[in-house]
Design a protein around this ligand. Structure first.
Ligand code: DX5
Ligand code: ZN
Length: 226
């Protein structure tokens, strides 16, 4: 598999849950990953979907799954998503007392390991853990709901992480999640993000695939200056 320079990952949280397979197929040839938000009504107040839905959906598309676990006790549940065929499984730093151990478990289960940092969590304490991870997801809202307003100040964490990754010669994606749309993606790309989750901006559009292509174009231009 060739590694795309930028990843656009539509979030099915903003899709029509009664037509999930169709909604995924609508972006299948435009998107890089499918972002799947799992919420447990404990770590966040919202409740979404879990493993059975991911298992069923896995058979419906070729797209790699980027599972974002907003749940308590991820050590208990996260490896199940890797076993279900998720490409990347991201859990929250705030929910896990041994992130490195869980990253190892995920990698042994055949998935990439992702660490998510919520709005109120500083990035600095986690920088030294990054060699154990493949993805760093920096929330650009408070985790829990789609359709929230992007918080530009949180891009400082992206800048800090990007500098750290460059200095340490680490191979890691920096993913941003929350309020990513045509009017915010460029600043996120300039700050150093190279993976972009978008829910409302994709599934709220008349043509979701076209929305994905437009977002990618904006992010590419922002990073290459083209
Ligand atoms: C919210 C989820 C996001 C959400 C983003 O906690 O992690 O992935 O779907 O939705 P938008 O793009 O609408 O902000
Ligand atoms: Zn998410």
């Amino acid at each position: 598999m060739t590694v795309p320079p930028l990843i656009v990952a539509p979030s099915i949280l903003a899709a029509d849950f009664a037509r999930l397979a169709d909604e995924v197929r609508a972006i299948e040839h435009a998107a890089d990953w499918l972002h799947v938000d799992v919420m447990d009504n404990h770590f966040v107040p919202n409740l979404t979907i879990g493993l059975p839905v991911v298992q069923s959906l896995r058979a419906a598309t070729e797209l790699p799954f980027d599972v974002h676990l907003m749940i308590e006790d991820p050590r208990r549940w996260a490896p199940g998503y890797a076993d279900a065929g998720a490409y990347n499984v991201t859990f929250h730093a705030e929910a896990c007392d041994d992130p490195v151990a869980l990253a190892k478990d995920l990698r042994s289960a055949g998935a990439k390991a992702g660490l998510a940092i919520d709005r109120d969590t500083p990035i600095e304490p986690y920088l030294e853990l990054l060699p154990s991870f493949d993805t760093l997801l920096i929330m650009t809202i408070k985790a829990g709901f789609g359709g929230q307003r992007f918080i530009p100040q949180l891009l400082d964490k992206v800048r800090t992480a990007r500098r750290h990754i460059a200095t340490g010669h680490l191979e890691l994606r920096i993913e941003v999640d929350g309020g990513i749309a045509a009017d915010t993606i460029e600043q996120a790309a300039e700050a150093g993000a190279d993976a972009f989750v978008a829910g409302t901006a994709v599934y709220g559009a008349d043509d979701p695939a076209e929305a994905v292509r437009r977002l990618r174009g904006l992010a590419e231009r922002a990073t290459t200056g083209a």
